[in-house]
Structures are given as structure tokens and as C-alpha cells.
Design a protein around this ligand. Sequence first.
Ligand SMILES: Cc1cc2nc3c(=O)[nH]c(=O)nc-3n(C[C@H](O)[C@H](O)[C@H](O)COP(=O)(O)OP(=O)(O)OC[C@H]3O[C@@H](n4cnc5c(N)ncnc54)[C@H](O)[C@@H]3O)c2cc1C
Length: 465
Amino acid sequence: MERVGEHAVVVGASVGGLLAAAALAGRYRRVTVVERDVLPAVGEGRRAVPQGRHVHALLPSGERAMEELLPGIAADLVAAGAVPYEPLTEMRFRPGGHLLARASLGLRCLAASRPLIEGHVRRRVAALDGVTVADRRDVVGLIGDGGRVRGVRVLGREEGSVVTELEADLVIGASGRGGRLGAWLEALGFARPREERVRVDLVYASRELRLPVPSIGGDKVILLAARPGVPRGVSLFAQEHGRWLLTVSGYGAAHRPPADGGAHLAFAAALAPPDVLAALRAAEPLGDVAVHGFPASVRRRWERMERWPAGLVPIGDAIASFNPIYGQGMSVAALEAVALRDCLAAGPGGLERRYARAAARIVDAAWALATGADLALPHVPGPRPARVRVVNAWMRRLLTVAERDPAVAATFMRVAGLLDPPQRLLAPATVARVAAGTLRGRRRRADAPGPVAAPASATALRREG
Ligand SMILES: Cc1cc2nc3c(=O)[nH]c(=O)nc-3n(C[C@H](O)[C@H](O)[C@H](O)COP(=O)(O)OP(=O)(O)OC[C@H]3O[C@@H](n4cnc5c(N)ncnc54)[C@H](O)[C@@H]3O)c2cc1C
């Protein structure tokens, strides 16, 4: 592999930073990943990643991208207890209130806790030639001159530490949604990127459980998302070591899920179909309920900045942080890391701009799916221009047909899994199936014996689940 530089520094050793380091390994003689947190043993959670206590879906695209960067990582995860499952065969998925038809996609996904995924990625990256992962060190700023970033300033977390300089040909900003990249750029005389936000005011509350079964009706993953009129969701994912993770979520103050164990179960019970409810009642809770607030999806338009320093690129949540319901963050970071690797293969000249454009294309698809689905929910505030309303009307129709048509359900699943672009939902074959399915639905309703009452009570909602 052709070298393009001496030293690269990655700020942040979470999933985004670690996968970026995997993309850089071999291209730079040394790659140093600097992390302020204390990095624990594989499989253990850590302070700077509080979201690690909540359900973390790894999309099929994300698993593939990780496998490209770290061949054998999926097998490592399975050996460590990650649970393989087939989407829409061993997964019950109800986006926007539409329970998707069972379908075989010929895909295998993995369900595992976030600490297990991050821990194994970290173990593999730290073992790569030339890569060092250094924890308990805070990056406190960038070194730069003449429009170029030349390294970072680092402060150890031990008492009496002094700031030292770490020179680098390339710095990767992988410090997450709350990272200080924007402020550091300003200190170097650059502007911050423009930010886009979609306010969701979502709260997650999760608890680990032990269930006496390996699946619920054959399902290892159950994902019943919020829908118009019911801004609450429930997910139950099988995890390593016979554990399951129950995450409930609610939009807005009136639907905030509780932290108290009994109330948490009651919140889930009101949304769960009978077989899931029975499993939850038979479950043994393991530990407390963890609560996490997520105010808004945020996208920073790095690719649209007029002036940009050479030697600096962002990745992961530093570019975009999506409503977690859609399970995109780790997978988008993995796809961006593959894009970074590919951009580097074409040489270091103009890397920053080429990568920014490639990353923006990846984010475009995920952002359109996440914000589009959010804006289809009446309880999510925000402007809905004609384009959004038209797309959402189409999505309602498509998802209604996907309740009965496995081919349409599979098409949707591949797009939601970031394997295919959103435009695939408008491909002629899909449009034809949706049109035919809509017609069949109308005929069925016309033939139905009497009016069907809308479900009003929690019991009715549950029966529908
Ligand atoms: C509740 C919740 C649920 C989620 N569920 C899913 C899901 O189902 N599927 C999915 O794919 N994604 C999910 N995500 C998103 C996912 O967690 C992130 O996208 C993922 O962690 C990648 O983020 P990152 O590596 O860019 O940043 P982060 O994970 O935020 O990590 C940033 C790292 O940088 C370090 N750091 C920050 N500043 C400095 C500094 N100055 N010096 C040194 N180190 C620094 C931090 O300590 C941290 O380790 C969820 C997020 C939330 C909040």
C-alpha cells in the first residue's frame, strides 16, 4: 500500500474514530487515536458514550463496511455472542405504524450491545500495524498555519499534566456531536459549518433483561416505532450472553418514558403485542433503567464551506447525528470511513474536498430517510414544504402495501438498511407493485362487511402491534 504521509491523528476513539483509523492504517506510517475517556475492557460501557446503554442496531450496510475495513470483525462479534438474525424473517418491524410483511432478503444482520461492537472494533484497530490508541488524553485545540492544520494540542488527564503538541499530516475530527471542532476552526480563523436541525425532543429509556427464550415467535429483533397519533415506540433486541435489551421511547414531554422499573415496564406493555408482553412479564430485569434525551437531529454542512483548512477532515456524528430510532449513526460512520479509505487511495491532493463530497452523499441518503420519516409524524415540529408532503404521502402508500407485499417490504428494508439509495423506492418496478397493491387494498376495503372502528385503547393498540 502506497504511503501518503508520516503521521495521522484521530480525535476520539469511538466507532467513528476507530474506523477512520482503520481506513488510514498503512497509508500513514503512524496513526494515533487520542481519546479523553478511560477505555474499558471489551464489552464494557464507558462514560463518554452514555448511548451505549441503549439499543444499537447495526445496519447491513454498516456491517459490510466494517467488514471491508476490518475483515473478520463479524465473525469476531458472533464468536463473542452477537446474535445473527435475518431482517424481516427473524425481525418484526413496524415503521410509522405499518407492520411489514415477512420477506427473505438473503441477508444476515447482527444484534449485539454497543459496548461489544465498539470493544471489538477497538481491539482490532489497536492491533493494526502502526496504530496506537491512547486514552485519558484530551485534545484541546488544533495547531495550524497558512491555511493548514499541522497537528493537535493534547492535555493528559492526570494531575499536573501539561499541554503537548502532536504534529500530524492529517487530523480526523471524530469527537462526536458535542465535539469542539467548530470552535477550534474559529480559533484558526475559519468559519463554522452551517448547521441544519430537525427538532424531535425524543427520550429513550432502556433496561437489560434476561428472557427465558432465544426468540419471541421466531423474532430476535422487534422494532415497533412511533406512528401518527402514538408518539411512542418500543424495541426489544436479543444481545450477547442470553440478554435482551428493552428500549422504549417517546416524543415530547407528554410521552417521556419513565426511569422507574415498574413504570418502564408498564410503558412498554401498553405498546407491546400479546406475545411480546408475555415475554416481558416473564423476564428478569438486569440492572436499572437508563434514560437518554435526544433533542434534535443535527447536520453540519462541512462540504459547503467556502474556506477549509488542508489537513483536517470530520467523520461520524461530527458531521451528522441522526434520530437514533433509525439506527444509522455507526453505519454512516463506517460508510464514511470506507469513503475516506477510497479517497486516500487516489492520493492526498485535494483529499479534504473529495472526501467531504463523498461523505455528504452518504449523509444525504440517511438524512433524507430519518428526517423524512420524522416529518411524517404530526408530533414532530418543523416546516413541511410541498416536496416533503408529496414524499410522505408516497411513503404512506408504499408502507401500506408493504404490510402485505414481501417484495415491497424487502425493497423498503434494503433502503432503510442503507444498502440501496432512497430513489429505489420510486423505481418503476416498485411504483407498479405499490399501484397494484393499493388497488387490491381498495377492493378489499370495498368488499369488507362493515365499517372498521379505529383502535382507541391501549389494549387495541397492543392487539394491532
Ligand atoms: C440514544 C442513542 C441511541 C443510538 N442508537 C444507535 C443505533 O441503534 N445504531 C447506530 O448505528 N447508532 C446509534 N446511535 C448513534 C451512535 O451512537 C453514534 O453515531 C456513534 O457512536 C458514532 O459516533 P462518533 O464515533 O462519531 O462519536 P461518539 O460516539 O460521540 O464519540 C466521540 C468520541 O470522541 C471523544 N472525544 C470528544 N472530544 C474529545 C477531545 N477533545 N479529545 C479526545 N477525545 C474526545 C469522546 O470521548 C468519544 O469517545 C445512537 C445514539 C444515541 C444517542
